[in-house]
Design a protein around this ligand. Structure first.
Ligand SMILES: *Cc1c(COP(=O)(O)O)cnc(C)c1O
Length: 366
């Protein structure tokens, strides 16, 4: 039995009428840009994240850019982020006009090591972008203490971590602002590109909204030079239809992760995801480590079990950052992990039989 890495069609079938009605309503109301569906989703998402303001935009990538631009990042500023993330995190630092400074992960959780942040701070450091990678919160207590001590802003990259928590407090509510992605495969996914920035700071929220909407909130009143980064009405209505299911989908991901943990945690050479103390992981990805990762991936793929590598090259070692001349010993954890990590099929609708198939194949791997 082949097991897909994820199955978006299956999720659609479980809520088909809700989605179809949402799309039909947007067309009926001609509410393609801004309008009631976008405003409603912004209110609902802010409520779900337990934060004051949600500014919707065109993607998670834009959300990172908007937050940095609104925080007035300047040329010469340094922004510290994790060596292990998706390219958007670091690329937007450059696009916002600052210099990218990578810090290594902690070797256990795939999230940024606070000690490595501390070591990377210079008089030019302006801010920190921790990434709640795979759905696991970074160590926000330690990161916020460093930020306060050095007077730095913090933007949380929550693109993979909708509803994740630390000691009951939601990710996205620790820093100055937080970026969310609603790329179709994310835990809350649109049917196209979509994103949002959230914050408790109303002045910052207004600036981010202006930047996303041509620099002004009233037509023809351009107060700053903005960009065009809008969530469209169709995606907003789809996201509003899906949002009420997010809690239940998240629980299903966590249950599926427990099943993998119990069976795979016993196997020699397999390191199941390590979760830091007091952190509530939402398992956007279930990523294990294995010393013979490529052979294991080939074995699984040969038996119809789809896997993924998130990501095969850690950020400092990508061609785009050749200018930084990164050496493996500067980022030992991120560098080691890039050849060990393997993400298994995990989605809210995955069946026990599908998980059994994945686990059997891993148990039989020699
Ligand atoms: C998906 C993702 C982004 C970018 O989101 P898009 O909506 O695809 O632009 C940024 N950071 C991380 C960690 C992501 O996983």
């Amino acid at each position: 039995m082949p097991v897909p890495f994820s199955d978006l069609q299956l999720q659609y079938r479980t809520i088909k009428s809700e989605i179809d009605n949402a799309i039909a309503a947007v067309i009926r109301d001609n509410a393609f840009i801004r309008g009631p569906y976008v405003e409603a989703f912004e209110r609902e998402f802010a409520e779900a994240v337990e934060i004051a303001h949600c500014v919707s935009c065109a993607s998670g990538t834009d959300a990172l850019y908007l937050a940095m631009a609104a925080l007035d990042v300047r040329p010469g500023d340094e922004v510290i982020t994790s060596a292990h993330s998706w390219i958007s995190t670091s690329a937007m630092i450059t696009h916002a006009g600052a210099n990218v400074i990578f810090a290594d992960t902690d070797g256990a959780t795939f999230t940024i090591d606070p000690a490595a942040i501390e070591a990377a701070i210079t008089p030019q450091t302006a801010g920190i972008i921790p990434v709640h990678l795979y759905g696991q919160p970074a160590d926000m207590d330690a990161i916020m203490a460093i930020a306060r001590k050095h007077g730095l802003w913090v933007i949380e990259d929550c693109a993979q971590a909708h509803l994740a928590r630390i000691k009951g407090k939601q990710v996205g509510t620790f820093g100055n602002a937080a970026a969310y992605s609603f790329y179709p495969g994310k835990n809350l996914g649109a049917m196209g590109d979509a994103g949002a920035v959230v914050t408790n700071d109303s002045a910052l929220a207004e600036r981010m909204a202006m930047l996303a909407r041509h620099g002004g909130l009233t037509k023809h009143q351009h107060r700053i030079e903005g960009i065009n980064s809008r969530l469209d009405g169709m995606q907003a209505a789809i996201l509003s239809a899906k949002l009420p299911h997010l809690r239940e989908w998240t629980n299903a991901r966590q249950d599926a992760a427990k099943i993998y943990d119990a069976a795979l945690g016993q196997i020699e050479d397999v390191v199941v995801p390590q979760v830091g103390p007091d952190r509530k992981h939402v398992y956007h990805l279930y990523t294990l480590r294995h010393p013979r990762r490529d052979a294991l991936a080939a074995h699984l793929n040969a038996h119809g079990v789809q896997t993924a590598i998130n990501y095969p090259i850690a950020l400092p070692f990508l061609e785009v950052y050749r200018r930084l001349a990164a050496r493996p010993e500067q980022f030992p954890n991120a560098h080691r992990d890039q050849s060990r990590i393997l993400s298994l099929p995990l989605f809210a609708e995955i069946t026990r039989a599908q998980q059994d198939e994945v686990m059997e194949r891993i148990i039989k791997f020699r």
